[in-house]
Structures are given as C-alpha cells and as structure tokens.
Design a protein around this ligand. Sequence first.
Ligand SMILES: [Zn+2]
Length: 270
Amino acid sequence: MRTVVGITDFGEAELFAREADELYCGVPALANHRDGQRNLKDFRELGRIAALAARHGKPLLVAANEVYEPRAYRAAIAGLRKCLAAGAAGFIVRDAGLLREMKERGLKTELVLSSLALCFNVETLKFYKELGISRVVLPQHLDVREAAGILKNRLGVKTEVFYFPQSFCPNMDGACPYHTLAPRRQQNCRITLRSGGRDYSMRKPPEERMLRLLYGYLKAGADYLKISRDDPEKKQRVLSMARRASALAAGGASFDKFLISSRRWGWHEV
Ligand SMILES: [Zn+2]
C-alpha cells in the first residue's frame, strides 16, 4: 500500500517528500475541489516542489478535479501542459469532457480518476479507462462488497481510497448540492439548521461504520491510501495512523483489533 499526501506549500513538500510515497497539490490555474488557500502560489512553486519530489524519487500529481465548461477547456489544457513542463507526473481529474479533450489533443500522462467522478462499478471504470485513466479513487461511501469489482478489476486500473476521518461528506461528495469550498466546518452539509425550535443536521456515518469501510478496503488490497490537503498541522499524525492502519489490516488483524487500535490512536480526533 502506497501513501499519497496532499500538500499546500513548499514547506509541507519538504516534509512529506521524505515520508509519503506520492504527493499531490493544486495550482491556481486549474479548478480543483478545495478552496484556493490550499493551492500552491504558482507554477514556479510547482516546479520547485516537483524537483524536490524527483530528488526523493516521488511523483507529484496536480488536482484538476472539477467539472470544466467546454469554453474553459482551452485554458485548462494550457494549464495542464504548464504543469507537465514544471515537472508534474500527472493529474487527478473528474470531468469526462476534459478527459476526452485531453485525449483528442494527444495529452498523454498519468491520470487518476477523482472520487468526485463517483465511479461505482466496473462498467463505469471501463468507460473512464478508455478515456485514459490508470487509477481510480473510490467514492467514500461505496460499500466494500459493492467496490469488490473495482478493487479486483482486470483492466489494469490501480485503486486508491481515502483515509477519511476528516473528509467524509454526510451526503456524497461530488454530488452533494450543499458542499461549498468554504473552510470545512462551515460547509453547509455540516451546519446544524434550526427550524420550529428544533435542530436539524446531516450526520456522518457512525465511526464504526467508517472504520469498517476503511478496514474492508485495506483488506481487499487497495493500492494507494490518500490523505487530503486538509488540516496541514495534523497531517503528519494522520499519515502515521494511516500507515499503521494499513499495516494492521494487511497483517491479518481482526476488525475488532483494528477498531480498538484506531480508537486508541485517536483517529477521529484529527
Ligand atoms: Zn457535502
């Protein structure tokens, strides 16, 4: 299991180029699914980070995981090419239209299908594979049994899952109409609303349910474990927990042991 860590600046890159197996980031020129503050400053910073990652033998991917208007394709393709020129190893994408445009223009590189594309089955995976993707990030709510076909696909597509205590949308991220790019705690799908003197809120699944999902994915042999660009100050702790969780599941630990250990590490506090 390889670890993928989202970074927001050169300082984080210095830290995680050593500790993670792969890095990803956003740049202002390419729309992606985090607020702009989580992006690098510019292509120059991207170039410095790509060079640093290369010295450690680690690939650096760039997130372009939003839906683009057709009129924005031209600028997006130019942005993608600039990233490659700066040393990026590939992209995280969700938009079939943009993927088709890249294919038609001969832009070949490593392409990871974002969880936001909501690829729920092998037939969908085949569709995206034909558009050039080589890895898929599982939607966070996909049950392990339902994900089995994707996890064991024979298309040569690698699989990736989130280590997600902090990044679990109560709806379905990618299709959630309440999601905003505001800081996490202010997202509408997490706000408690008051009506008629009562509080209403959409809740995350219970902790045990989330851990059971994670345990199942790890046992089923997902290739990559992803840690998002959120909460920079806590990411090192998250990476350490993600590694231990992965080793436990791979080592044949029971779910009860996995649950107890994860709680002891304080996985939900990050
Ligand atoms: Zn949401």
